[in-house]
Design a protein around this ligand. Structure first.
Ligand code: NDP
Length: 404
């Protein structure tokens, strides 16, 4: 039987997730979409209605108000809250789910607003509360974290006895014609790329300055691109849950123009997250910058090219044939995504896994009391849905372990 869902947040990722939920009516019953700005929810609902014929209910909600969220969950009869608002809302939405007695899922780990700290400990601290309540919380059901974590688990279940080295490679080979624009929420994106790079090596974190380690990699169907070593939150959960990992790294591609713009913005203080006085008002430079940058939600019609995101993993082969390396990835075309749901591929590759994770909870495949990162759950039903829901994957053996 289909389950009711409350989706919180009405940005680029939400729009894709809600369209895809509506396309899977046998899994998703009543869909309610709530955000601070109700008109954004109404625009998404109108697009869903036009494309699929499905009605989406909408509501105004400030998720920082736990009582209001609890009231809305009860009113909608939702079994699950899908949090595709911002990482700042994770803990309050988890609190609301516990109070209302419903399951929880998000796509990014909690961050305090005044510190760019991407750490799981705040959400892992909810483990006992969710377990005791018999409720499920799924953390990070986007592409990375999300699909890349499930890819690693699938390789570990079917191909390798353990993962010795893991590299997550995130390539956006798309072009939107703008001098500078981010692919998802500019504030969150810039906080991420200006943070120190950090990777897991020999049982400890190795820290290096942001964007200081560059490698040129030839991506399938995209071609050669410069990718940069970065910290990304799944490194923390993967190195915790797969303790055999000796080295885990995250790489993301950026063009020279993007790097130049971020460098200048950083040098002149526009990426700062501490308040400054401007004309008698306190403003946060990065939040002001977000206001003047293109809205990623408007880039769909302009973006051409493909994304290629995946994992390269090395470890002892299951068949006893010695050490093997596999490259597992998805290729997604910006224009095809736009034709299907009216969004570019970065929102698509996040919104589709959010929908699939939600389907796993409602369908019972991933319904287990507690707080879970994606790599802790059975990868098979999720991997099957990726193939049928627009994110098909491929796996190839490489001749040798990569050594960038
Ligand atoms: P957007 O900025 O486009 O949308 C965020 C939405 O959240 C907006 O509609 C906004 O509200 C709403 N919101 C913010 N604060 C509140 C609040 N207090 N109460 C209710 N709604 C609120 O973001 P994206 O769609 O680009 O990203 C969504 C999430 O997905 C982020 O957490 C991001 O980090 C994550 N992400 C994860 C990826 C992955 O692969 N795992 C990749 C990309 C993104 P309003 O209605 O006022 O505009």
């Amino acid at each position: 039987m289909a389950g009711n869902v409350l989706v919180v947040g009405a940005g680029g990722v939400s729009s894709v997730a809600v369209h895809k939920m509506a396309m899977n009516a046998e899994i998703f019953g009543k869909i309610t979409l709530a955000s601070r700005t109700k008109s954004k929810c109404d625009d998404i609902a109108a697009s869903v209605k036009a494309r699929t014929g499905v009605e989406v209910a909408t509501a105004a909600l400030d998720a920082m108000d736990v009582a209001a969220t609890v009231a809305l969950i009860r009113e909608t009869g939702a079994e699950l809250v899908v949090n595709v608002a911002l990482p700042y809302q994770d803990l309050v939405l988890m609190d609301a789910c516990l109070e209302a007695g419903v399951h929880y899922l998000d796509t990014a780990n909690y961050e305090p607003e005044d510190e760019a700290k991407f750490e799981y400990h705040w959400q892992w601290a909810y483990q006992d509360k969710f377990k005791e309540a018999g409720l499920t919380a799924i953390l990070g059901s986007g592409f990375d974290p999300g699909v890349t974590s499930v890819f690693a688990t699938w390789l570990r279940k079917h191909k390798l006895d353990g993962i010795r080295q893991l590299d997550v490679l995130d390539c956006n080979g798309g072009d939107n014609g703008k001098a500078f624009a981010t692919n998802f929420n500019p504030e969150i994106n810039i906080r991420e790329v200006t943070a120190d790079a950090k990777h897991w090596e020999g049982g400890e974190w190795v820290i290096s300055p942001a964007m200081s380690h560059k490698v040129n990699f030839d991506f399938p169907e995209v071609g050669p691109k410069n990718m940069y070593l970065m910290y990304h939150e799944e490194l923390e959960s993967l190195s915790t849950h797969f303790p055999e990992i000796e080295r885990a790294r995250f790489w993301m591609t950026f063009g020279d123009a993007y790097i130049n713009h971020v460098t200048v913005l950083q040098n002149i203080g526009m990426t700062a997250i501490t308040p400054v006085m401007h004309d008698g008002h306190e403003i946060i430079p990065l939040q002001f910058l977000k206001t003047v940058l293109p809205d990623p939600g408007d880039l769909g019609a302009l973006t051409k090219g493909k994304t290629c995101i995946g994992d390269i993993a090395t470890g002892p082969a299951k068949d006893g044939s010695g050490e093997k390396t596999f490259y597992i990835y998805n290729i997604c075309d910006h224009e095809e995504c736009y034709a299907e749901v009216g969004s570019q591929a970065v929102a698509y590759t996040t919104g589709v896994p959010a929908m699939i994770g939600a389907a796993m909870v409602l369908g019972g495949q991933w319904k287990a009391p507690g707080v879970w990162n994606m790599e802790q759950l059975d990868p098979d039903p999720f991997m099957e849905m990726l193939n049928t829901q627009g994110l098909p994957w491929q796996v190839h053996e490489l001749d040798a372990p990569v050594d960038f």
